[in-house]
Design a protein around this ligand. Structure first.
Ligand SMILES: *Cc1c(COP(=O)(O)O)cnc(C)c1O
Length: 393
């Protein structure tokens, strides 16, 4: 609700759009399931012309996301990937260079390698946790630094503020952050200086595994115009129904995030204390090498963690298969706890050597900790240990 910016996030996610439907006064914002809009007289509309350009229900979700991003401008897309693709189409041209975090979502790697690379877009994977490493790779044609922090699936962090300062010390370089793991409520990328905050709304924003969607938020009005033009041109806008479902999901985002963070912390500490666990990656643990950076740029430690068992890859996969409450499925950020094996799922396109160099072992298990009772989650791990690795010994 732009006229009441003093509301807390837990209020904004529910009340960011108050323009109720006038015919019935339904409390939910309606689904405007329409392709086109009637002209009151030729050329006179209420601001909507065709749903490839804009749609009131998508706009309602955009207002909710803009409110929690702390900006006036957010745009929603058909998927997280189409948000990243639209951003690249909007700001890059052949011959431009992009710096990407070395540990990054597999789909983003695929976009650059298999699609954008064919259009003359150059890119370099860099350890973006290191400012000198990024600085060393900047080129005169670098236009975009695209980072993911925490990164999937190692949770490695990159310093948003320092990277924004580096980007802005050069001419014409934007910093975009894939903030899917945190959402702006746990990591306010725009306030930290990033030019663009990108979300796969499929994850925590929807929160119920009901939709696929993505968003981009920025303070840069010229960029918004350009994004709007490209989205309208290539047709990457989210559908009204998916936007409507995500609009219901986002209302509980603050309380869901609190439960995700609490549960992930409990599960991480329990796993770390277990004799058959070799390693746990979770920014909230004292053993996490970048805990101080997490405390500096994040408001909490999030709901994602990864871990390695003190066991072979084969036994680690047997352990995953033995889980009963936790579900083996791709995706993250939903109310259900999901487990994945990145080597066979999100990072299967990489060779074992490439994965090893990034700290992604074949036995690594990634957990998106849901909002079930942590007691039940831990009991599920306990029974899976007993079934596959013989319990505590
Ligand atoms: C899922 C995901 C994406 C892609 O989003 P889709 O909605 O699946 O297209 C991008 N980045 C991260 C970190 C993700 O987890």
């Amino acid at each position: 609700m732009p006229d009441r910016p003093d509301f807390e996030p837990s209020t904004l996610v529910i009340h960011s759009n108050r323009s109720y439907e006038k015919q019935s006064n339904s409390i939910l914002f309606p689904i405007h399931q329409t392709a086109t809009y009637i002209h009151e007289s030729v050329g006179v509309t209420k601001g909507y012309g065709y749903s490839r350009g804009a749609n009131p229900t998508v706009n309602a979700l955009e207002q909710a996301i803009a409110a929690i991003e702390g900006t006036e401008h957010a745009l929603c897309f058909r998927s997280g990937m189409s948000a990243i693709h639209t951003l690249c189409m909007a700001i890059l041209k052949a011959g431009d260079h992009v710096i990407l975090s070395d540990v990054i979502y597999g789909g983003t790697m695929r976009l650059f390698k298999q699609v954008l690379g064919n259009f003359g877009i150059e890119y370099t994977y860099v350890d973006t946790s290191s400012i000198p490493a990024v600085e060393a790779q900047l080129r005169p044609n670098t236009r975009l630094i695209f980072i993911e922090t925490p990164a999937n699936p190692t949770l490695k962090l990159s310093p948003v503020q320092a990277l924004a300062e580096l980007a802005h010390s050069r001419e014409n370089i934007l910093l975009a952050v894939d903030n899917t793991f945190m959402t702006p409520l746990l990591q306010d990328c725009l306030a930290l200086g990033a030019d663009v905050s990108m979300l796969s709304t499929t994850k925590y924003i929807d929160g119920h595994n009901a939709t696929i969607g993505g968003s981009l938020a920025t303070h840069d009005e010229a960029l918004v115009e350009r994004l709007y033009l490209v989205r309208k041109t290539i047709g990457s806008i989210q559908t009204p129904f998916d936007a409507w479902l995500a609009l219901q999901g986002v209302k509980t985002l603050p309380m869901r995030l609190a439960a995700h963070c609490e549960n992930a912390g409990q599960v991480a500490r329990w796993l770390e204390a277990h004799p058959r666990v070799a390693k746990v990656n979770y920014p909230g643990l004292d053993s996490f090498p970048q805990k101080a950076l997490a405390q500096q740029q994040q408001k909490a430690f999030g709901g994602m963690l990864s871990f390695e068992l003190d066991a072979s890859t084969k036994d680690s996969l047997r352990f995953m298969d033995a889980l009963r409450l936790c579900t083996c499925a791709e995706s993250l950020g939903s109310v259900e706890t999901l487990a994945t094996n990145p080597a066979t799922a999100s990072h299967c396109d990489l060779t074992t050597e490439e994965r090893t160099a990034l700290g992604i072992s074949d036995r690594l298990i990634r957990l998106s900790v849901g909002i079930e009772s942590p007691k039940d989650l831990i009991a599920d791990f306990e029974q899976a240990f007993a079934a596959t690795l013989g319990g505590d010994a």
